[in-house]
Design a protein around this ligand. Structure first.
Ligand code: AMP
Ligand code: GLY
Length: 434
């Protein structure tokens, strides 16, 4: 099978690793890919949003199977473009990806189909939103309706802050059209867990659980980021909770989407909060999480192409999804200053020390190739350099979470680049479980 993977971050590197292992993968292309993906796939410089060029490239190369991994192209209908061109494609159509692309849509869906979530109100008028805020107590949770690079959720401790937030989103349009509407939501407390599920529109198969660390600094301080590290499985996601979520969240959501005429094929990412009153949905995403994929995929035993194809063909009920009994931890190596401002272009060393057979992975998030000019006695050479805020997801396996965490932190020392920054407490919650 010839496969085209759309995307170029750490999540896509993990997907590329799994797909390239499949004996059925005869050729893998990635658009645009990155320096890590380039070890596994032929990278082509086409934007993830350029549906027309992606489809013509796929046709020209005789691609049999496409995978659309990131949120923006899914929300913009890139999967539709491939499907409409007659190419088998993994990833939901635009009318189903709306479950991530509009928080107002997903809240309406959850309310209509009795899927447990925080109480909320949606507003398209800033004055009404500001009036409503006055009837609530702190903390206030405000969400821009649309996609905002993971930055569209504000948790405000004072009314003043919340009012400023509404103004920034709805009047100043900090996130553009994504702020045409806002959702104001009840504040919940509890452990967070991410459960990614494969879906063929009828059958939904949850993967092993994971937990993300969204804040930039140790102890969950600092700004929200795209994710600074993950661990899998979550010890707090018990069998009892899993059973509850299967019935009340995953199956119910997939059948709700089908009833609405929005068949969901792909990965449904359920961000859950385990509250005192039971698990509640924080958000849905229409794709693998990043960096959840970097800990979940290395633990998956199945052939990735078999499972993805079953999602497209509607035969997921025939798949027995299996994960290893161990654990994985991913520590994100970022550029100092992320998520605000940071420098790029620094050489990365130590990548040759990672051996996936020993359970160590360096999934590239923001990297690219560059040429280092010749110096005395050394010829010009091609090197990997930093090319983003999040640079590498250092993932390690272990038989327990503690072992996986120790392995991952050990492996972070193998890698070096200028302005390297990481959190030192990824998986600290594991200690509370003892
Ligand atoms: P979301 O993008 O909706 O997952 O929100 C980003 C983060 O904001 C979540 O991972 C939570 O930590 C936090 N959050 C979102 N909604 C709520 C809520 N209703 N109560 C408390 N925290 C929340
Ligand atoms: N790690 C959260 C996300 O992918 O949205």
């Amino acid at each position: 099978m010839k496969v085209l993977l759309v995307g170029g971050g750490g999540r896509e590197h993990a997907i590329a690793w799994a797909v390239s292992k499949s004996p059925r993968c005869e050729k893998l292309y990635a658009a645009p890919g990155n320096a890590g993906i380039a070890e596994l796939a032929e990278c082509v410089d086409i934007s993830v949003m350029d549906a027309e060029s992606l489809v013509s490239f796929a046709k020209e190369k005789g691609v049999d199977f496409c995978i659309v991994a990131p949120d923006d192209p899914l929300a913009a209908g890139v999967a539709d473009a491939f499907l409409d061109a007659g190419i088998k494609t993994f990833g939901p159509r635009k009318n189903a990806a709306i479950i991530e692309a509009s928080k107002a849509f997903s809240k309406d869906l959850m309310k209509k189909y009795d899927i447990p979530c925080a109480a909320s109100e949606t507003f398209d008028d800033a004055d009404k939103a500001l009036e409503y805020l006055k009837t609530l107590d702190a903390p206030y949770v405000i969400k821009a309706d649309g996609l905002a690079l993971g930055k569209g959720v504000l948790i405000c401790n004072t009314l003043r802050e919340a009012e400023d937030g509404i103004k920034e989103i709805m009047i100043d349009k900090k996130f553009g059209d994504a702020g045409d509407k806002v959702v104001i939501e009840e504040f919940m407390t509890g452990r967070e867990v991410s459960v990614l599920c494969f879906s063929d529109g009828k059958t939904i198969l949850p993967m092993t659980s994971a937990q993300d660390h969204k804040r930039a600094g140790d102890g969950d301080t600092g700004l929200n980021t795209g994710g600074m590290g993950t661990f899998s499985p979550s010890p707090f996601y018990t069998e009892e909770i899993a059973k509850f979520c299967e019935e009340n969240v995953y199956k119910r959501t997939i059948s709700a989407m089908a009833s609405e005429g929005r068949e969901f094929k792909g990965v449904l990412f359920c961000g859950l909060m385990l509250t005192e009153k039971g698990p509640k949905v924080l958000e849905f995403n229409a794709r693998f999480g990043d960096p959840e994929a970097q800990v979940v995929i290395p633990r998956m035993k199945n052939d990735m192409l078999d499972v993805m194809e079953a999602c497209v063909d509607g035969t997921l009920d025939k798949i027995d999804l299996e994960f290893d009994d161990g654990a994985a931890v991913c520590v994100m190596l970022a550029s100092e200053g992320y998520p605000v401002s940071y420098k790029k272009g620094y050489e990365i060393t130590g990548l040759d020390k990672f051996n996936e057979k020993e359970g160590y992975f360096a999934f590239h998030s923001g990297t690219k190739f560059a040429f280092k000019s010749a110096t005395d006695g050394e010829p010009e050479k091609k090197v990997v350099v930093t090319n983003g805020g999040r640079v590498l997801g250092v993932t390690a396996l272990g038989s327990t979470l503690l072992e996986a965490r120790a392995n991952a932190y050990k492996a972070t020392e193998w890698v070096d680049f200028e302005n390297k920054y990481m959190r030192n407490d990824i998986g600290k919650a594991i200690d509370d479980d003892k």
